[in-house]
Design a protein around this ligand. Structure first.
Ligand code: ADP
Length: 262
């Protein structure tokens, strides 16, 4: 049941009553649950065959005597298989944890290594997209956190920076320690985001009109998952952007985090 109430005033502004409305949202909540269950079921069923496809293709690619054209084709299968795996993983994750803190497996880790590895992994797609990708990280940033989850955040920001920046553009990834926090900045010279859209970016399934119109692929889950991961580490994620000029995403992580219960 959803309840809302408002004051009813006479023309002089004096209170003469209150209007209360009750809305039965049971059907709506049930429909949401059915949708989440359906997404979870389909994603789960897709995962097993996909893992097998991606695994066998990567084994085939290890052969040194592959015909060059066949290798090229298999690389495309591998790339798209991995993209599907990420998508299925994101969908599953979102329906399982939506709105709740992400469970973390924390350990001593090095944020500089996480950022460098993410950039190394993204370099081939930056090259294909014609985006100049730069990285600036100190030798090491000792940090306690979940390395896989943190890598997921950086991967997502870096791949967005490449995806939403046209050929000839630049993406710059920087990590540093600022006082009691580690800060990761991912800046690009891409399509940018209107001010009025910036507040909604971290809401699941939200995509800007510009992203949809330019036919750049995506489902609008990466940033909402990234936000949950960052907040589970006691940090925050924010954006500065100007339409048509580019964006900067900033992740601020307290070194001595006051972690939310997971
Ligand atoms: P996806 O990229 O799969 O749509 P995300 O959750 O990662 O999902 O991003 C949500 C939306 O935020 C994108 O659809 C896009 O509209 C916008 N966005 C994210 N990163 C950028 C960026 N670097 N430049 C411009 N728009 C961006």
């Amino acid at each position: 049941m959803s309840i809302s109430a408002r004051r009813v005033e006479d023309p002089n502004g004096d209170l003469i009553g209150a209007a209360v409305s009750y809305t039965d949202v049971t059907d709506f909540m049930r429909a949401l649950q059915v949708k989440d269950d359906f997404i979870a079921l389909v994603s789960h069923e897709l995962r097993t065959p996909l893992t097998s496809i991606v695994g066998y293709v990567s084994v085939a690619l290890e052969r040194a005597d592959l015909d060059p054209l066949l290798r090229k084709h298999l690389e495309v299968v591998a790339r798209n298989g991995q993209r599907l795996e990420r998508l299925v993983g994101d969908l599953l994750e979102e329906v399982q944890h939506s709105g709740r803190p992400v469970p973390l497996q924390e350990q001593g880790t090095d944020l500089a290594v996480i950022v460098r590895e993410s950039v190394v992994a993204a370099r081939p797609s930056a090259t294909r997209a014609g985006v100049h990708l730069e990285v600036e990280v100190p030798e090491a940033i000792a940090f306690t956190g979940d390395p896989q989850r943190l890598a997921q955040v950086v991967d997502n920001l870096v791949s967005n920076a490449i995806k939403y920046t046209g050929s000839g553009g630049r993406a710059h990834v920087r990590a540093s320690v600022d006082g009691a926090c580690a800060v990761i900045r991912v800046r690009d010279t891409g399509i940018g985001i209107k001010r009025e859209d910036q507040g909604q970016l971290f809401t699941r399934f939200f995509r800007t009109r510009e992203a949809t119109l330019s036919a750049i692929q995506g489902v609008g889950l990466g940033l909402s998952i990234s936000k949950s991961i960052v907040e589970s580490h006691g940090g925050l994620i924010e954006v500065d952007s100007e339409l048509g000029r580019g964006s900067e995403f900033r992740v601020v992580l307290p070194m001595q985090a006051e972690r939310m219960a997971s």
